[in-house]
Design a protein around this ligand. Structure first.
Ligand code: FEO
Ligand code: CA
Ligand code: CA
Ligand code: CA
Length: 597
């Protein structure tokens, strides 16, 4: 891969300046095109999107709302085509429905149907690096996964009593996947996606089931979920179905090459507010998956498979590979500092085992207990409370692991600082060129670099350093791996990560507090330019930058501007963004960026 001498890793560009335009702003010489947006048809008989005539049946066939993860996989037999796989994390009802045009029940049903995932066949455009979607009637691979799609729970906790409901006495069948955030590709050609803030879908007017109070509390299941879905599906009512929340919060795996396959939820990878999951292979073929739990003060996890990847490419091998995430060992990360005397935030660390598929290492908890209440299990073994672990991903060129720690306004108050989480006061600004003002906690985030001992992802120890302490370079706490600060772009709130073939890290941001819109940045991690953060694009008003994904040929950078127009008090009639400017309201979607001819 390091031999690729062209494309994203070597693109020269003038960094995009901080701005608040309602556009995807790319550097001079590049172009950004919308590939697909909310409401566009995905499956064959999808009706044309009509914002005034939305139905749940139509939404289940159209591109859903708020894509976060973006993956592009090779087409099974056509060179000029590919499969775009995205998820649909959540909905922004005030921006989706004209005021008064729909009753409350329809709004909830359409919102529910707009969650899930999409598989969309795309084809190359005329300019190298450009892509457009294929019409649904010209493909047999498109698929829309929604809240009515059947998933199978697998792994050691599948079938446990706590995963059984009135509708599913087996504890193995769940309908839908919710709040899917980041994700990753597997070496066997499937997609992993993390169920993140699933707690918000469950509520009740009755008291909570007293058997599960500790668990509910640790996962933010308070009985006052904000979506009100219990009005349209009784399984979201905690009084009627106290176990349904245990069936969400997993890593799901979908096979985009088989539209009829049953997607899975892997209990072996633990249950928490999964940001995403990224795989690498150890030298012996064991699969190692890195994962973040995106909550203030939560943890970074690692899974090591029991079995090994079969690269022979046969159908039998593929079937075997599809079982790799059902057995192995789940670990949680502890980060110890070596002291501030050396002037850098760094130290050593250990992966603490929580459970294998057969043996629990946490006192008083069974294997299933550890997997269903992973947060409670981890709390008992002393891992490090991090500042919202987002994407955790292995750099395919240098083999190190990079984790985005997006922010934590409570650091220094609820949680004391440590060497891996050192910032307790930050400088922020509210508009480009405005003054920097002090704010409590860690507001701008970090990029953490983990070096497995001996370069071996099976090793249970590692060294680590904060490669980036994000913020405005004028903020004295910031650190850009020692690169001259006057030469970098300000960066705030790293979220999703990707790598190009040269090994540069690409960082998308969510919730930046430096007066500019969120964006996408490129930064080398090796050589004389290590730490040279350059802004590659910015996203529209109110949006975060999701994706990113760089195609294997290095000619295309995909992003998903998520939740354009999500600002205080914005409504359908008075939106703060109308991106992508095809309508009078915003339509979140997927964008491809490429070099102009
Ligand atoms: Fe959905 Fe952690 O971002
Ligand atoms: Ca140190
Ligand atoms: Ca994310
Ligand atoms: Ca995010």
């Amino acid at each position: 891969a390091a031999k690729v001498a062209h494309g994203a890793g070597t693109w020269e560009f003038t960094p995009v300046a901080p701005n608040t335009d309602d556009q995807v702003i790319v550097p001079e010489g590049f172009k950004a095109n919308v590939v697909i947006a909310w409401g566009d048809p995905v499956v064959k008989d999808a009706p044309t999107f009509d914002v005034n005539n939305q139905t749940p049946g139509a939404a289940e066939k159209q591109f859903g709302y708020n894509a976060d993860y973006v993956g592009v996989l090779p087409h099974p037999d056509k060179e000029d085509r590919a499969l775009l796989v995205t998820n649909h994390e959540y909905t922004d009802e005030p921006l989706m429905f004209p005021t008064g045009a729909y009753d409350d029940i329809t709004i909830k049903q359409v919102a529910m149907a707009s969650h899930g995932m999409s598989v969309v066949e795309i084809k190359r455009g005329r300019t190298l690096g450009s892509w457009k979607r294929v019409k649904p009637r010209d493909t047999t691979l498109n698929r829309r996964i929604h809240t009515g799609t059947k998933f199978e729970l697998d792994g050691p906790a599948a079938g446990h009593d706590r995963l059984k409901t009135k509708a599913d006495s087996t504890g193995t069948v769940v309908y839908g996947t919710l709040n899917n955030c980041a994700g990753g590709l597997t070496p066997w050609g499937t997609v992993l996606s993390g169920e993140e803030n699933f707690n918000q879908y469950f509520d009740t007017s009755a008291p909570l089931d007293t058997r599960y109070l500790d668990s509910y509390k640790r996962y933010g299941i308070t009985g006052t979920g904000t979506r009100g879905w219990k009005d349209v599906a009784s399984r979201f009512d905690l009084a009627r179905e106290p176990h349904e929340p245990f069936r969400f919060g997993w890593i799901v795996e979908i096979d985009p090459y088989d539209p009829r396959s049953t997607p899975r939820k892997h209990t072996m990878l633990g249950r928490f507010k999964h940001e995403g999951a990224n795989c690498t292979l150890a030298d012996n073929g064991q699969v190692v998956v890195y994962m973040g739990d995106d909550e203030r003060g939560d943890y970074i996890y690692k899974f090591v498979s029991a079995g090994t990847f079969d690269a022979s490419g046969t159908e039998q091998a593929r079937q075997k590979n599809l079982e790799l995430l059902t057995a192995g060992t789940l670990f949680v990360g502890k980060f110890t500092g070596d002291g501030a005397g050396d002037g850098v935030h760094d130290g050593s660390g250990a992966w603490i085992p929580l459970t294998s598929d057969t043996t629990s290492y946490v006192e008083g908890m069974s294997v299933a207990d550890v997997l269903i209440d992973t947060r409670l299990a981890a709390d008992k073994v002393g891992p490090t409370r991090m500042d919202r672990p987002e994407d955790v991903e292995v750099n395919p060129v240098n083999g190190k692991v990079y984790a985005a720690l997006t922010n934590n306004s409570d650091r220094g108050r609820k949680w004391p600082a440590d060497e891996a989480n050192p910032v307790t006061s930050s400088l922020v600004r509210s508009e480009p060129g405005g003054p920097l003002v002090a704010a409590t906690g860690n507001r701008n985030g970090y990029v953490l670099e983990i070096s497995p001992t001996g370069g071996d992802h099976l090793a249970e120890t590692f060294s680590w350093d904060l490669m980036l302490v994000c913020g405005d370079p004028a903020d004295p706490v910031t650190y850009f791996a020692g690169y001259p600060k006057q030469l970098v772009s300000p960066i705030s709130c790293p979220d999703n990560l990707a790598f190009d073939a040269v090994g540069n890290l690409w960082i998308s941001t969510d919730g930046a507090v430096l007066g500019s819109h969120d964006g996408l940045f490129r930064v080398p991690v090796e050589g004389p330019n290590r730490g040279k953060v350059q802004q590659f694009l910015t996203v529209p008003v109110g949006a975060e930058t999701c994706g990113p994904f760089i195609t294997e040929d290095q000619n295309s950078v995909f992003i998903a501007p998520q939740h354009p127009g999500e600002t205080d008090d914005a409504t359908f009639e008075a939106p703060s963004s109308t991106w992508p400017h095809t309508d009078s309201f915003p339509r979140p979607g997927v964008v491809v960026v490429y070099k102009k001819k």
